[in-house]
Write a protein that binds this ligand. Structure first.
Ligand SMILES: [Zn+2]
Length: 318
């Protein structure tokens, strides 16, 4: 929990949103406890006088809703992050009826407009576009899917780069045998080629490195040393051309996992947006670390933000 909270508390537009009090007007009356507790933690961390902050109020508010996280059992940081983002979204969302849709956008990249908007969707929500091609008649259909975390496969047991993981995720997949998809032209199931691309790149993109590998009854943790850049991660090869606005991303936080499948420990590395220095957060132990220490083989979640970091706007812009 601490590792995830530290990462979220280092995402400057999210910090700005809570510290400025903007969240108060968005709060949904019936589910505001977790978001309010989150705002308190954020405020204490950035504006408080104490040297240390206890997230106890947040923990109990969150535990009331999700009792599994109240127990002192091992939990997955990625799962916890999904629950936190989802809960904040539910507490802070606004419903919009219908939004504009530009005629100039090609069919393959048109957005399915989400009708619920929150600071969470504005910062973290992206969209994948799947092109699905029948290999017999070459008829192509498209499907959109929103995401807040991209779960990346790790193509090596020993050493690879984040770009290798991304390439693996975005490569074309051929669906054969029992995975065949029904083609509306052929009117039967056919072998199909599926390829994903990003049709909406989020301002903050979160990568989940799939270190926990489960193959039938075989479970193992991949300890692959994955090299990831601190600056200028180029996502343009995976983004639909019309949406390549800010394809360069900079690392702003990392969650590390030590240990095995059955038990372990999480720490975080976060870049402070004011001092521009990196810090290591290990529960009560906090220390400044050099940039060269940010790359480790323990990385489990990576938070990248696109530059420039601007305050999210309300208008619907593709
Ligand atoms: Zn077909």
């Amino acid at each position: 929990m601490n590792a995830i909270l530290q990462c979220l508390c280092s995402i400057s537009p999210l910090v700005e949103y809570f510290l400025s009090g903007k969240y108060i007007t968005a709060l949904q009356k019936d589910c505001s406890e977790v978001a309010t507790a989150f705002a308190y933690v954020m405020t204490d961390m950035w504006l408080g006088d104490s040297e240390c902050v206890s997230p106890e109020i947040f923990r109990s508010a969150f535990g009331n809703l999700y009792p599994a996280f109240m127990k002192k059992t091992q939990q997955d940081a990625q799962e916890f992050l999904i629950y936190v983002l989802n809960e904040l979204h539910e507490s802070l969302k606004k419903c919009h009826r219908k939004s504009c849709e530009k005629g100039s956008i090609p069919r393959c990249c048109r957005k399915t407009i989400a009708n619920e908007v929150s600071i969470i969707t504005q910062l973290f929500e992206g969209q994948l576009n799947y092109s699905i091609m029948c290999l017999k008649c070459e008829n192509c259909t498209y499907k959109n899917e929103v995401f807040t975390i991209l779960c990346l496969p790790i193509p090596s047991d020993y050493e690879c780069s984040l770009q290798d993981c991304l390439q693996c995720f975005f490569q074309q997949d051929t669906l054969t045998w029992h995975n065949q998809i029904h083609c509306s032209f052929c009117e039967t199931k056919q072998e199909t080629a599926v390829r994903a691309s990003i049709s909406k790149a989020p301002k903050v993109i979160i990568f989940h490195l799939k270190r926990f590998d489960i193959l039938g009854t075989m479970k193992r943790k991949l300890r692959t040393d994955i090299h990831y850049p601190l600056t200028n991660l180029d996502l343009s090869p995976y983004i639909c051309p019309v949406f390549r606005k800010h394809p360069k991303y900079n690392l702003c936080a990392v969650v590390n996992h030590f240990g095995d499948l059955d038990g372990g420990h999480y720490t975080a590395f976060c870049k402070n947006s004011v001092t521009q220095a990196w810090y290591s957060f290990d529960d009560t132990r906090v220390s400044e670390i050099p940039d060269t220490s940010v790359q480790t083989a323990t990385a489990y979640l990576l938070f990248y933000s696109c530059q420039p970091f601007s305050i999210p706007i309300k208008k619907c812009k593709s």
